[in-house]
Design a protein around this ligand. Structure first.
Ligand SMILES: C[S@@+](CC[C@H](N)C(=O)[O-])C[C@H]1O[C@@H](n2cnc3c(N)ncnc32)[C@H](O)[C@@H]1O
Length: 406
């Protein structure tokens, strides 16, 4: 009985190291990772089986056991703070063995070192470590077939990818089993955008603000990712959304860790009839940018120095007139924030995504809006920091320097 209980809770996790970080892992008996795999650390519980893969030498070491639950900065000076998501490790006097050509062996076992291992995978790895030559590969062949048929379900449960480029393109508004916002709400934000910002720029427990929350996509993403979240809108669509005009945010100075806004960008969508709805103002009028700048100024006030604001906006083409709403909004944002980067988000689920609109665009020689801008802006640590000289080692800059001194 005791044994079957123990087996049913058997879980494993593989941590990665490199040539330069392996020694510190083994000497300090702590495994760590950076933000990219931070989610994995929350799943580690004291007593879980752990393995260490050196991605340079392609060797996997084990078994170890987690001496603690996964946590943040358990050994603050380990790897000079580079891998702060950590777990302390012990090995219960078991002999630590090594698997050569580890990536190939893991792939044959259908194990990804980036994911936590269930009981079956943990047992497989333990048994291979114990006696590689006697390992029975038979059951794993059946497992690979099962995995293929379950592909669709796995994809549905998957979290969005963390984006590495400035071009983001997702076919769906939401991800996972629970809805994020409502895709019946005109102008709903694709949830993966908020997921990416939350993962990149906040830690669990941080406070996220969305002053124009619409159907509450930001709230739902934050709930799932363990972030606190405050959401406002002039017309709340859910009880958790507080009624408020974004031009006056009822929060103290420097109190928020991340702000996300998907603001109206003209009067193209009729969100509601509230007189304070900025979505009643035309993108062709300077008034829109003046009102949005009041929101920006409030965001700047409540955001902690060094923290990030993500602002999603699109351009407008109406009745033969193009308005570069994105450029205009960025110009206003730049008065208050430094630009971290500019992302091109592909627009997919819009009403003009139809054959009729395609034909019109070709016949009357105009373009349909194919993307939105996501401006990632940072509130400077100190307002003078943007003026500080940057050290740039590119040849281009050296050539310019030479020419100047000639
Ligand atoms: C593009 S929608 C936001 C969509 C939302 N992110 C979602 O996923 O459902 C813009 C929202 O801004 C709100 N809004 C317009 N003017 C506002 C103001 N002055 N203060 C607060 N919210 C405002 C509108 O009511 C609308 O819900």
């Amino acid at each position: 009985m005791a044994e079957s209980q123990e087996l049913s809770t058997l879980r494993g996790h593989i941590f990665a190291c490199t040539k330069s970080s392996e020694r510190e892992c083994l000497e300090r008996m702590v495994f760590g990772t950076n933000k990219i795999y931070a989610e994995k650390i929350n799943k580690v519980k004291a007593g879980d089986k752990l393995f260490l893969i050196n991605v340079d030498s392609d060797k996997l070491y084990g078994p170890f056991a987690a001496a603690t639950d996964g946590g943040f900065n358990l050994v603050p000076d380990a790897w000079k703070g580079k891998y702060p998501y950590q777990v302390k490790v012990e090995n219960h006097d078991e002999e630590i063995k090594a698997i050569e050509n580890a990536k190939k062996v893991l792939s044959k076992m259908a194990i990804s070192w980036k994911e936590s291992l269930d009981e079956r995978k943990t047992k497989s790895l333990l048994s291979y470590l114990g006696a590689p030559l006697a390992f029975d590969w038979g059951p794993l062949a059946a497992e690979r077939i099962r995995l293929k048929t379950n592909d669709k379900r796995d994809i549905e449960e998957e979290k969005p990818r963390l984006e590495a480029t400035t071009h983001w393109d997702y076919p769906k508004q939401s991800y996972g089993k629970t809805p994020k916002g409502s895709n019946k709400y005109a102008g709903v934000t694709p949830a993966f955008i908020i997921y990416n910002l939350v993962q990149r720029y906040t830690e669990p427990g941080d406070l996220v603000l969305d002053p124009m929350a619409g159907s509450g996509t930001t709230l739902d993403v934050c709930k799932e990712e363990g972030r606190k979240c405050i959401v406002y809108d002039v017309v709340p669509t859910r009880p958790e959304i507080i009624q408020n005009d974004a031009r006056k945010i009822p929060l103290p100075d420097k109190s928020v860790d991340l702000i996300f806004i998907d603001s109206p960008y003209g009067d193209n969508i009729r969100y509601n009839e509230h007189p304070a709805n900025i979505g009643h103002i035309s993108a062709e009028s300077e008034e829109l940018y003046d009102e949005l700048e009041k929101v920006m100024s409030e965001c700047h006030r409540v955001l902690k120095p060094g923290k990030v604001l993500g602002w999603l906006i699109g351009d407008q083409w109406v009745k033969k007139k193009f308005t570069p709403v994105g450029f205009k909004v960025h110009e206003r944002l730049s008065k208050h924030f430094d630009t971290v980067d500019l992302i091109c988000v592909v627009r997919r689920s819009q009403s003009s995504n139809t054959g009729i609109w395609y034909n019109r665009a070709i016949r009357f020689n105009f373009y349909l809006r194919g993307f939105k801008y996501l401006f990632i802006m940072r509130k400077p640590q100190d307002e003078a920091s943007t003026q500080k000289k940057r050290k740039v080692a590119w040849k281009y800059y050296e050539r310019v320097k030479k020419r100047q001194s000639e």
